[in-house]
Design a binder for this molecule. Structure first.
Ligand code: NAP
Ligand code: MN
Length: 270
C-alpha cells in the first residue's frame, strides 16, 4: 500500500507527520503523493476537507484516515498519542483490498453557465449566498417549482456534513448510511410577500434540487472550505453523487452517534 500525509502545518501536526514518515520508511511502506492508496490527514476536520479536495478525482481508489491535533474531529478520530498504534494497524494491511472501509455519500453540484456545465463534489456542503444584497433564487425540486427564496443563502449538506455548517442552521443530524442531501435555509426572509418552507428538507438519492438565481446576481459559492465569487450562474443542480462516495479506513469502530455525543453533548451521562 502507498500512502500520503496531508497535515495542517502547525508544530504538532508537522512533528507527527515526520514521525509517521520515519515509521513508514522503517516498515518499507512507500509514499506516493500523486497516487496513494491511503491518505492520512493530520490536523482538524478542515485538513480532511483539504485532503478530500486534493484527491477528488481519485475517490474510487483512495481511503482516508485522520488524526486530530485539535479538539475531537468528525473525520479525524485518532488522537496524537495513538499515532504508533494507528501506524502499526496500517502497516499490517498489505493491499488496499484488505482495508476495512466505510463509505459516505457526498454532494454533487452541477453549475450551468452560458459557457457550459461544471461538476463539483463537496464532502460537507455546498452553499450559495448573496453578496451585498440578499440572495434571490427560485428552487425547483424534481423539476417542479417549489419556492422563491429570498434571504442570506442556502446550504446543501451531505450526511457527514450535517454536523458542520448545517447544524448551526438548525438542520438535522443525518446518519451517513442514508444516501441523502439536506437543504437548509440561511436566514430566509418570510413575510406576506416572500414565503419559504422555513424547515430544512432531506432529499433521497435520485431526487434533485435546481436553484435558479436571479440573472447576473453576484453570489458567493462555497464547496466545503473553498469559496468562489460568481455572477455568471444560470442554474445549479444539487443531488447525492451517483457514482462516487468517500471512503474512510476504519481500523476500529467509532459509531457516528458516539461522535455526535462526544462532540456536542459531552461524555458523561448524569
Ligand atoms: P473552520 O472555520 O475551522 O470550521 C468550522 C468548524 O467546523 C471547525 O470546528 C471544524 O473542525 C468543524 N467541522 C468541519 N467539518 C465538520 C463536520 N463534518 N462535522 C462537525 N464539525 C465539522 O473551517 P474549516 O476547518 O475550513 O471547515 C470548513 C467547514 O466549516 C465548512 O465545510 C462548514 O461546514 C464549516 N462552517 C461552519 C459555519 C458555521 O457553523 N456557522 C460557517 C462556515 C463554515 P476543525 O476545527 O477540526 O477543522
Ligand atoms: Mn478548521
Amino acid at each position: 500500500m502507498k500512502y500520503n500525509v496531508i497535515e495542517r502545518g502547525d508544530d504538532i501536526s508537522k512533528e507527527l507527520t515526520e514521525r509517521f514518515h520515519t515509521l513508514a520508511a522503517q516498515q518499507g511502506m512507500p509514499r506516493d503523493e500523486e497516487n496513494p492508496d491511503i491518505v492520512l490527514s493530520i490536523g482538524g476536520d478542515g485538513t480532511m476537507l483539504q485532503a478530500f479536495h486534493k484527491y477528488t478525482k481519485q475517490l474510487d481508489h483512495i481511503a482516508f484516515v485522520g488524526i486530530h491535533t485539535g479538539h475531537l474531529g468528525f473525520f479525524a478520530d485518532w488522537k496524537p498519542h495513538e499515532l504508533d498504534d494507528l501506524a502499526s494497524l496500517m502497516f499490517s494491511v498489505t493491499t488496499p483490498e484488505e482495508l476495512h472501509v466505510v463509505q459516505y455519500p457526498v454532494v454533487e453540484i452541477e453549475i450551468t453557465t452560458e459557457q457550459g456545465i461544471e461538476t463539483h463534489l463537496a464532502l460537507n456542503e455546498f452553499t450559495l449566498r448573496g453578496i451585498e444584497v440578499s440572495l434571490v433564487a427560485r428552487l425547483h425540486v424534481n423539476d417542479e417549482m417549489f419556492e422563491m427564496f429570498r434571504g442570506d443563502g442556502i446550504c446543501i449538506s451531505s450526511p457527514a456534513g450535517s454536523t458542520a455548517y448545517n447544524k448551526s442552521l438548525g438542520g438535522a443530524m443525518v446518519h451517513p448510511s442514508l444516501e441523502a442531501i439536506q437543504i437548509a435555509e440561511i436566514a430566509s426572509i418570510n413575510n406576506r410577500v416572500y414565503r419559504t418552507l422555513g424547515s430544512s428538507m432531506i432529499l433521497p438519492k435520485h431526487h434533485h434540487c435546481d436553484i435558479y438565481p436571479k440573472a447576473q446576481q453576484n453570489m458567493l459559492l462555497s464547496l466545503d472550505h473553498l469559496y468562489m465569487q460568481r455572477s455568471d450562474v444560470v442554474s445549479i443542480r444539487c443531488r447525492v453523487a451517483s457514482n462516487v462516495k468517500v471512503k474512510f479506513a476504519r481500523f476500529r469502530p467509532f459509531p457516528f452517534w458516539n461522535r455526535v455525543r462526544e462532540a456536542f453533548v459531552g461524555l458523561e451521562v448524569k
